[in-house]
Design a protein around this ligand. Structure first.
Ligand code: GLU
Length: 425
């Protein structure tokens, strides 16, 4: 779990406003018709439920569960479920819309959705989390479905929770339905390569961008914020491709070593240390975690939470390239500051789309009743990520806009065209 504490609510820019402001710019550049704009501006469905759970102490606590389907124009909705203490409707709405754009950018046949439960999984027992996941699944039993809405892991959830979801859904339907959810454990029909898929996509898009910027990976340095699934896999794979990873961070703080951090060693340390880097000795602890973002590195990978690069620190960023492993790490107000400084950002809806791409492969394999090799999964997802990058890069040149707006343009254009062919429904 990537768990960097987000900025206090009062200092945060609303992720929904951030998403909408980019959507508005892209829609205008594209000359999107008003009626299509109005359809895409609003989520197709929003469900909010109360989930009473018996806690280990015998008391009943009521949790709020949300699922938002932003769009199902391209196909069934797709998107993760987030378990976090600060989940709120606007955030889930933004994340659901980002899934629509993400799936369209990588050209997979899905719409966008997202789920969230406001809870703190770090303070809950496995039994409590299981009861919560099963209750959430039952509450959403008519929302989910392999042809309707296909959840997956997100912050605070992983293969274990997806297994409970698949089991609960299957029991309700009287048969095993593994295609209802992705990111499952391998034995339940998970896909090889899914665990590392998001980090791998970050690596592939980072290398594609570095080629454009003429940065030699073997001479480049990199800082990675967040050491959960996305950050740690991105760090390993970037290190493997020659970059020197000089800083990493997680909830316990940020760690810097100008000679490079041994990522395998840091991961082994984390795994033997209750999942955190607390007390890690392979690097020096920075006095504040935010310093990691301002280090003099070539490549910066924010792979934790939303809104970490804001108007408060954007002018202090020294990296030449930002590759967004997290969803929404840069606030909309910070975009222009980075553009003016000449920093290239590979936006979230492109950079972290490797995860949902391999989720798609998992769903395809489940429906085929067949298993692909890791080589096949990686080869196909690398190709999709490279093609998506080139497509977005081309649109950026054509419309004379930064990569972020170009990615929205590519996505909105695809969804709008599909909508027009399908007609009003
Ligand atoms: N939660 C991941 C994301 O934000 C994965 C979604 C999926 O695989 O459906 O992209």
């Amino acid at each position: 779990m990537a768990y960097i504490e987000p900025a206090p609510i009062k200092d945060r820019e609303n992720p929904l406003e951030s998403m909408m402001s980019r959507f508005n710019i892209a829609a205008e550049k594209l000359g999107l018709e008003e009626q299509v704009y109005n359809v895409l501006k609003n989520p197709a469905k929003q469900v909010i439920v109360s989930l009473p759970i018996t806690m280990d102490n015998g008391k009943i606590e009521v949790f709020e569960g949300i699922r938002v389907i932003h769009s199902n124009i391209l196909g069934p909705a797709k998107g993760g479920i987030r378990f976090a203490p600060d989940v709120h409707l606007d955030e889930v709405r933004a994340l659901a819309a980002w899934m629509t754009w993400k799936c369209a950018v990588v050209d997979i046949p899905y719409g966008g959705g997202k789920g969230g439960v406001r809870c703190n999984p770090r303070e809950m027992s496995a039994g409590e989390i299981e009861r919560l996941m099963r209750a959430y699944t039952l509450a959403m039993i008519d929302v989910f479905g392999p042809d309707k809405d296909i959840p997956a892991p997100d912050m605070g959830t992983g293969p274990r929770e997806m297994a409970w979801l698949m089991d609960e859904y299957s029991k309700s339907h009287g048969m095993t339905v593994n295609a209802v959810v992705t990111g499952k454990p391998l034995v339940l029909g998970g896909s090889l390569g899914r665990t590392e898929a998001t980090g791998r996509g970050v690596m592939v898009s980072a290398l594609a961008a570095m080629e454009k910027l003429k940065i030699n990976p073997y001479q480049a340095t990199c800082a990675v914020q967040g050491f959960g699934n996305v950050g740690s896999w991105a760090a390993i794979l970037l290190e493997e491709r020659g970059l020197k990873v000089v800083a990493i961070s997680d909830i316990s703080g940020a760690y810097h070593n100008s000679n490079g951090i041994n990522i395998q060693e840091a991961i082994a340390y984390r795994d033997n240390n209750k999942g955190t880097l607390e007390g890690y000795k392979g690097a020096e602890k920075l006095s504040t975690p935010g310093e990691l973002l301002e280090l003099d590195v070539d490549v910066l990978v924010p792979a934790a939470v939303e809104d970490v690069i804001t108007t408060a620190n954007a002018d202090k960023i020294k990296a030449k390239l930002i590759v967004e492993g997290a969803n929404g790490p840069t606030s909309a107000k910070a975009d222009q500051i980075l553009v003016d400084k000449g920093v290239m950002s590979v936006p979230d809806i492109l950079a972290n789309a490797g995860g949902v791409t391999v989720s798609y492969f998992e769903w395809v394999q489940n429906r085929l009743g067949y298993k692909w090799t890791a080589e096949r999964v990686n080869r196909r997802s690398d190709r999709i990520m490279k093609d998506a990058f080139q497509n977005v890069y081309k649109a950026a040149q054509q419309y004379d806009v930064p990569l972020r707006i170009a990615a929205y343009i590519v996505a909105i254009d695809k969804v709008a065209k599909t909508y027009k062919f399908r007609g009003g429904f």
